[in-house]
Ligand binder design. Structure first.
Ligand SMILES: Nc1ncnc2c1ncn2[C@@H]1O[C@H](COP(=O)(O)OP(=O)(O)O)[C@@H](O)[C@H]1O
Ligand SMILES: [Mg+2]
Length: 226
């Protein structure tokens, strides 16, 4: 069975309670019926992580412990998904090795972060590498642009880019701080590049696109590949 790792951006689980509820209901219906795929999920920390990381920063708490707080937030989001999606393994998986073992047994692992210094993008890239999966990154932007579309009205979206282009964009935004904002960070980009992992960056709220990306069909997002 074809394997696909799905990264759910924490921003998609942020905002009001109603926002998050309607997002989770929408996503679970969009994913229903994908029984011919072996799926694994990695979930980001969103505004729960931001809240704790910025509190910690203000308190002068070191970056390592800021990251640990962020990881705890990702695991809360992961637990929500793992408990709500009917076929997911209900326990949060905390290492890529354990997630691989579940994949090998035909189960659906759900992870948050793993260790300080690694984003959930990186965890998703490593999991895709370990199990030989394609990677679909659900986020709050509809693809990769030549510059941050939130700050540049004239930013242009790429339908397809190669790994070197991804790496140079990620390098521009690489601060190594918890909750830094680039759609796919530098270390994660280097992992997908070294293993030739096909990466799809899609708007996680556009369920048609999400589904097409999982199925390997043309879609509205950006494909990163050779
Ligand atoms: N060149 C770029 N192309 C696309 N998004 C970019 C770019 N540079 C910065 N970004 C920012 O990355 C954000 C997505 O990452 P992030 O906010 O961390 O979401 P998540 O972790 O939920 O996927 C976008 O909202 C966008 O502002
Ligand atoms: Mg992010």
């Amino acid at each position: 069975m074809e394997r696909v790792v799905i990264k759910i951006g924490g921003s998609l689980l942020s905002g009001s309670q109603d926002d998050v509820l309607s997002y989770l209901h929408g996503l679970s219906s969009a994913l229903a019926g994908l029984n011919n795929y072996s799926l694994g999920f990695v979930v980001g920390g969103g505004d729960t992580a931001s809240k704790y990381v910025s509190l910690a920063r203000e308190l002068g708490i070191n970056e390592y412990d800021q990251d640990l707080l962020g990881i705890m937030a990702t695991r809360m989001n992961a637990k929500l998904i793992a408990s709500f999606f009917p076929d997911a393994w209900p326990e949060i998986i905390t290492s890529v090795d354990d997630a691989r073992t579940l994949f090998e047994h035909g189960k659906i692992p759900v992870m948050g972060g793993t260790v300080p210094g690694h984003t959930t993008n990186t965890v998703a890239a490593l999991l895709a590498e370990a199990v030989g999966a394609r990677l679909v990154n659900l986020t709050n932007v509809d693809g990769i642009y030549d510059k941050d579309p939130r700050e540049n009205e004239d930013a242009k979206k790429f339908d397809r880019i190669d790994y070197d282009t991804l790496i140079s964009l990620a390098a521009e935004y690489d601060s190594r701080e918890a909750r830094a904002h680039f759609v796919f960070d530098l270390l994660a980009s280097k992992v997908v590049a070294r293993s030739g992992i096909e990466l799809h960056i899609v708007d996680g709220r556009d369920f048609e696109t999400v589904k097409n990306a999982i199925l390997g069909k043309p879609h509205n997002g950006t494909v990163v590949g050779e």
